[in-house]
Design a protein around this ligand. Sequence first.
Ligand code: TYM
Length: 351
Amino acid sequence: MRDAHPNIFLYICKFKYSFMKEIVLSGIRPTGNLHLGNYFGAVKNFIRLQDNYNCYFFIADYHSLTTHPHPDDLHGRVRQILVEYLAAGVDPEKATLYVQSDVPEVVELYLFLNMNAYIGELERVTTFKEKVRKQPDNVNAGLLTYPTLMAADILIHKSQYVPVGKDQEQNLEKARDFAARFNNIYGVEYFPIPQAFNFGNQLVKVPGLDGNGKMGKSEGEGNAIFLAEDDASIRKKVMRAKTDSGPTEMNQEKPEPIANLFQLMSIVSKPETVQFFDDAYNNMTIRYGDMKKQLAEDMIQFVTPIREKIREIDANDEYINKVARMGAEKARESARKTIKEVREIIGFKPF
Ligand code: TYM
């Protein structure tokens, strides 16, 4: 009995401390396997944050329906992202790892936020305009209100920090607007105003291999290097990456495809390696073939342990199911509390 006291004390401290920790949230759509852009733009931060913050990381399966209304294997894709989160280092004992559709309270908050979101401001969101161009036959209301659903994800746990890549910056701006507007309209200081977050202070945009733009899950064959990708395929994609015929002057500014290769190298290679090729570029002795070979090997070295973990976790159904159930339970508990309070603030009362 005497021994129990310090344990109880520790337990109470841990319990209290978890309430005092600041709240972090982020999500990933299950529209394809995780790639280096997802990892270096977002997941790398998740792993560092989970030690000191109360973290919620989830799989945005509702969101995926805005672009993939008839997914061939929705459950399989969700499971894959769950496995990849775990393999990349998200620890379900430290962070709450869950599936968005396991927390239907999010949808109720989405509805409330939509009541105070205006068509004009939603139509001006750049990603909406891009999607309208990309899928003119399916400009659905879910696409238009994508930022309010995202704000609901963030605000359902009253999150303060949202680790995301640069492409999510505008969605985060909208979440800040919607949080502030709710507080204003109902005259409360209820929702914190969430901030986009990156340990390096600036949000990251990892480029793709096709010469322009960002690495993306659906940017076309050869653009992205996936965490689950095998060595031969990585080598093939990198060797095919777009380059040019080489610098024509000493210390010339790098055109986009070359700058992108250097940026990718700075992410996965040692600083000396980047310096070596940078010097070679500046004195015009660079051989892109050598640079790409090195880049491919360094990517392989980075990806290999994660890929092995993906295979190991993927074979363990029992563990995956346990993680998903535990995450759903924890996320719902927090979401229920918020929805109850939001209903009261707006003025709904049970009879
Ligand atoms: P998604 O699934 O497109 O991407 C997941 C995360 O990866 C980041 N990312 C990148 N970062 C740097 N360079 C890249 N090339 C790159 N590609 C992707 C994204 O910025 C993101 O952080 N709307 C979100 C999902 C979402 C969400 C949320 C995020 C739904 N609700 C609430 C945060 C909070 C999305 O489509 O991410």
